[in-house]
Every structure is written in C-alpha cells, then in structure tokens.
Ligand binder design. Sequence first.
Ligand code: KDG
Length: 311
Amino acid sequence: AVDLLTFGEALVSLRSAGPLTAGGALTMRLAGAESNVAIGLARLGHRTAWAGRVSDDELGGYVLRQLRAEGVAVDHVTRDRDRPAGLMFLERRTADLTRVRYHRAGSAGSALSVEDLRPALAAGARVLHLTGITPALSDSAREATRWAAEAASRAGALVCLDVNHRAKLWRRDDARAALAPLAGYASVVVASADELDLVGEPGAAEETTVAGLLARGVATVLVKLGADGARAYTRDGVRHAAALPVTAVDTVGAGDAFTAGYLSGHLDGLDLAGRLRRAVTLGAFAVAGDGDWEGLPRRDELSLLDDLQPG
Ligand code: KDG
C-alpha cells in the first residue's frame, strides 16, 4: 500500500513567457493538478502513486519519466495506443494572470475508466486524492472517479476531494451535479471560495455549504483564499491560516501545493494547526518559483521558511 494514491490526467504543458500570438520559445513541462499533488508528497518522502492513461508515444514517455524522476510510482498507469497526449498551452501575462488553452478532448487521459483504476485501488492507499477536473473529462472518467471515491472510502482510506473547477471544461451546473455527490465520500474537501458552492446549493453562502458538508460526514473543509491564506472548518469551529509572505512569481499550482502540504501533515499525524502550517508553507514555495511544482520543497527544505510569520 502507498501513503497516497491520486489519479487523473497529466498534461504536457507548453509555456510561453508572453502572448502566444507573438510566438517565440515554448517550454515543455509536466502539468496536472493530481500529478502536482503527487510530486508535492513524494518530495516530502511519502510513498505516492499516480494512476491514469498516457499516450503510447514520446509525450506519454515524457510524462512517465517526469513522474518517476520525482519518485512517484506509476506501476498502474495504462499506455493508450490509440489516443494522443493531452496538451495545454499556457501564456503568462502577469504572475497572477495566465491564460490556458487546452488540446485534450479525446486524449488518452480523458478515456480513463474504472478498469484503469481497479489495480491501483486494490493495491491500497492511506489517502485517496481526487479532483473535480477528472469527472469533467468524459463519462467514463466521471464514473471512474465516483467508483474510486466509493471504493476507497469503503476500504477505510481518507478521501480528499479537491474541487478545482475548470470553467473551460464544463458548465457550473454540470460540475455541481457531478461533484456534490462525490463530496459524500470525502473526509476532506478543498475548494477556493468561488467554487465552494459546487459542492452545495447554487449561490449558497460559505457557512451554509460548509454546514451541509459537515452534516454529510465531511470532517474538514478547507476554503482557499489565495494570498489571504485559507479557512479550515471542522465540527470544532473555524480557523484561519494566513499565507506566508513570499514574492509571488507564478501562482499556478499553488492550490495543489496547499493540498499536498495539508495531506502530508495528515500523513505525519500533525494536528490541524500543523497541517495548515505545512499547507501554507508548500503554497509559498509553489508561488515563489516558476512552474506548477518545480519549486516544491524536499523535507529538509521545509524549515527554510520557518522564520516567516504568516502575513
Ligand atoms: O492546478 C494547476 C493545473 O491547472 C494545471 O497543472 C493543469 O490540471 C490542470 C488542468 O486541468 O487545468
């Protein structure tokens, strides 16, 4: 068994420093919210696995090589001979503002099905991480996500649902119809403030959605607030965790880092305050460096930010 299993679509991201219309050099990187979380945990020494489908060509080989290099187990990955890699073009306008263009319809990753996930779930995991991106990819990926959440919660794993709404992939109503039921399998739900109602009623206030989630058996709801940190709700009340004051270079991947930090703290048996400190620490490392995950810390680097007081 691994400490953490996650699954989804890993993308090949082609990043440009300026407007894509101006052309110029593109940098090839691995992207994907779930693989970002996997790398965050693997860097901290947790046994971590990623499952999904990758194309059976150089691009799929690139994805696997990156994950292996970061210490993420890929034993249960399916190579798809018929479908291409999912691509993402990312154009940076400011540190906070990036525009994304996907070429992922019909990709290998989007053809994910229950059969792809069965072996990884059977091998066991203490934590199952899933995002609201995967169910947006196809009917079979949506069913696979639901199946995995149910199987893991029945097996006693901690299930973490990371909402991650992608407006380019589906409408909010469709997202809510898929994600609200998924939250019923989760012990931890992570969402940014503007996507929390996708696991509740449309337009509902934060407190109302949180109360509904806690009543359904979710133990912890984490509401991400970007540069303002996060709020953590449990049955004992609410706690605010401020972000650490670092200069933001690239905010893409910060939410994934936050989730990875929180789950790492859980695996280490930290209390809520400790889990939140680990979460904002990983978030700070992610925004301070270029790329989704490249700047994430190894365990011996966690203390580098110890002297920073939450801002
Ligand atoms: O969380 C960062 C992601 O946006 C990125 O890595 C790509 O998973 C991704 C997606 O589907 O947008």
